[in-house]
Design a protein around this ligand. Structure first.
Ligand code: 0O2
Length: 210
C-alpha cells in the first residue's frame, strides 16, 4: 500500500528530478557554446521525513500546513566558481517562465551568525500530476565552491554536536568562514586568468577526444 508520506512527497521528488535536469541543462548549454558556465554543478534532495518532523516541531509548523509553510522540503543547490556567478544565476532564474520567485534570502551580503554564506531563492514550481497541476515550494541554494565546502563541514559538525558547539570549535568555524570568504575574494581577483586557463585546457581535451 502506498503510504501517506509517499503520496505527500511524490510531487516534491518529481520537482527535484525535473529541476535537476533543467538546471544541469543550463550548464550544458554554456559548455556547448564554449562560454563560462556560472553553474559548476547541481545537487538536489527531498528532505528526509525525520528532518521534516524536526523542523516542523522547531518552527511550530502544524503538519497540515507543511505545503504552505515549509519552503525547503524540495531543495536544490547550485555551486559556482565565483561569487559574481551567483548574481548571474539569480538573473537567469528571474527570466524563466517555468517557475515563479516567491522569496530571496541573501546570506552573502548578510551572512548568518554561524558564518554561513549562501543565496537562497524560494520558488513556486508547477508539477503536472494525474490530478492536474500542483504548485509546490522549492528552495534553491546558490553558493560558491568555497561557501559549499564550509557549509558541508559545518553541517556535519552541527549534527555531531546537536547545534551546541564547544567554544573553540565555534571560533575556528568562524575563522574558517572568513578564510572561505578570502578565498572567494582572491579567486574573483584572478577570474580572468583562471577562465583563460580553463578554456585552453578544455580545448586541449576536445582535441584529444577527436
Ligand atoms: P538541511 O539538512 O540542509 O535540509 P532555519 O531552518 O530556521 O535556519 P529557514 O528560515 O527555514 O531557516 O530557511 P533558510 O535559512 O533560508 O534555510 C535553511 C537551510 O539553509 C538549512 O536547511 C541549511 O541547508 C541552510 N543553512 C542555513 N543556515 C545554515 C548554517 O548556519 N549552516 C549550514 N551548514 N547550513 C545552513 P536545514 O533545514 O538546516 O537542513
Amino acid at each position: 500500500m502506498v503510504k501517506h508520506w509517499d503520496l505527500f512527497l511524490a510531487p516534491y521528488k518529481q520537482a527535484v528530478e525535473e529541476l535537476k535536469v533543467k538546471l544541469k541543462g543550463m550548464r550544458s548549454q554554456f559548455d556547448m557554446n564554449s562560454l563560462h558556465s556560472p553553474i559548476e554543478f547541481v545537487t538536489g534532495r527531498v528532505k528526509p521525513i525525520p528532518s521534516i518532523l524536526d523542523k516542523a516541531t522547531r518552527k511550530g509548523i502544524p503538519l497540515d500546513r507543511l505545503e504552505e509553510e515549509m519552503q525547503d522540503i524540495a531543495g536544490l543547490r547550485m555551486m559556482c566558481q565565483f561569487v559574481d556567478d551567483i548574481r548571474e544565476i539569480v538573473e537567469m532564474l528571474h527570466k524563466r517562465k517555468d517557475l515563479e520567485i516567491v522569496e530571496e534570502r541573501d546570506y552573502i551580503t548578510q551572512k548568518k551568525d554561524s558564518g554561513y554564506r549562501s543565496y537562497h531563492v524560494v520558488i513556486r514550481y508547477p508539477v503536472q500530476t494525474i490530478k492536474g497541476e500542483k504548485n509546490i515550494l522549492v528552495e534553491l541554494q546558490i553558493r560558491t565552491l568555497a561557501m559549499n565546502f564550509w557549509a558541508t563541514i559545518e553541517h556535519s559538525l552541527n549534527y555531531k554536536y546537536s547545534g551546541k558547539f564547544p567554544k573553540d570549535i565555534q571560533a575556528r568555524l568562524k575563522r574558517a568562514a572568513e578564510a572561505a570568504f578570502q578565498l572567494d575574494e582572491e579567486m574573483s581577483q584572478i577570474r580572468g586568468e583562471i577562465q583563460e586557463a580553463q578554456a585552453i585546457f578544455s580545448r586541449k581535451q576536445d582535441n584529444q577526444e577527436e
